[in-house]
Design a protein around this ligand. Structure first.
Ligand code: MG
Length: 342
């Protein structure tokens, strides 16, 4: 198998800001598109490195340049290939996710079957995806909510001193929509209970990652007060974190870039189900390639937050849809996405 990759510069429709990162007005985002060629077929994968986990475009490329020789010549040897990569490059989950996606795409193309079907899933059980509204001034937030008029579920970034103003503005524009909030670690054990009570006043469906990983003292109190439900994102990175969330969270947000791809995500889903946790599938800002990999598992989960490609002004791939929150799992083989002409 031959592994190649390229950096692809993406343009966001709006700058994207969250509580634990410095505010930025940049609309640029670069990802790595990975190709694995075998027997005249090409599998696509995507790496969207996460700086919070000390990943970068350079670290992904350094890993890929070593991984090319570790793939062998049998794409069906997924377990051995990915296990080796996870052992050798434990910090490079986004790069491993790209290889996992490309191998899965390739396998689907060899078998001429879409991945959701190969996994035995029922595409009619796919939840709707929310669309995310990043931190911004109240006027821009209002404009974004109007722009998202077709989407029935909004996910609002909170975790700043302006949370109440943000929620007021959103509820003025969208009084009846389903709202989720993500504090991205922006609250503390001291204010999480009071903030979650405020969220309940605005009829929020659930709260994602209220406090920093490890700062869990307030979480049982929030749940005992009947507030939340609480979903772990930054607190639940890989397979080994799932059981740790029991007792503190009601559910987990699985992202392929965090955990290392479809195969690892599937393991997390099964552990979470056995432990009674709800499951949400999330994403980074990424193209339809990365989003399609996660979407293949959509029928297995409770909530979808797979809007990365919808936040882009120049998604280089097509095939997934997403208008009004409805992602389409088609009959096209593998990931079901196609590159648009450059
Ligand atoms: Mg999150």
């Amino acid at each position: 198998m031959k592994l190649t990759w390229e950096r692809r510069q993406l343009k966001l429709r709006h700058p994207f800001n969250i509580a634990r990162m410095p505010m930025s007005d940049s609309t640029d985002k670069t990802v790595l598109l990975v190709r694995i060629e075998h027997d005249g077929l090409v599998g696509w994968g995507e790496a969207a490195p996460i700086s919070y986990y000390r990943q970068s475009l350079d670290s992904v490329e350094a890993m890929l340049s070593k991984a090319g020789d570790m793939l062998g010549n049998d794409p069906f040897a997924l377990d051995a290939i990915l296990d080796n990569l996870l052992k050798r490059f434990p910090g490079e989950s986004a790069a491993i996710c790209a290889i996992d996606g490309a191998l899965h795409d390739l396998i689907g193309k060899i078998l001429k079957v879409p991945l959701w079907k190969m996994f035995g899933l029922d595409r009619s059980r796919m939840p709707l995806t929310c669309i995310t509204i990043g931190l911004d001034t109240p006027e821009i937030i209002a404009a974004k909510v109007r722009e998202a008029a077709a989407f029935p579920i909004l996910k609002i970034k909170v975790g700043t001193p302006d949370d109440e103003t943000t929620l007021q503005m959103i509820r003025r524009e969208a009084p009846n929509k389903t709202l989720r909030v993500d504090a991205n670690c922006g609250w503390t054990s001291e204010n999480a209970l009071e903030r979650c009570r405020m969220m309940a006043d605005y009829k929020v469906e659930f709260v994602e990652q209220p406090t920093k990983p490890g700062d869990n003292d307030a979480l049982p109190r929030v749940r005992e007060a009947g507030l939340g439900p609480l979903f772990a994102d930054e607190s639940c990175v890989t397979v080994k974190d799932v059981l740790y969330c029991v007792g503190f969270f009601d559910g987990i947000n699985i992202k392929l870039s965090k955990c290392g791809g479809i195969r690892q995500a599937m393991k997390m889903i099964h552990i979470a189900r056995a432990a009674g946790l709800k499951i949400m599938l999330g994403c980074m800002v990424e193209t339809s390639v990365g989003i399609a990999a996660a979407a293949q598992l959509g029928p297995l989960v409770d909530h979808l937050d797979l809007d990365g490609h919808l936040l882009l002004a120049n998604d280089p791939f097509t095939g997934l849809g997403g208008a009004a929150g409805r992602l389409t799992l088609t009959d096209a083989p593998g990931l079901g996405v196609k590159e648009l002409a450059k």
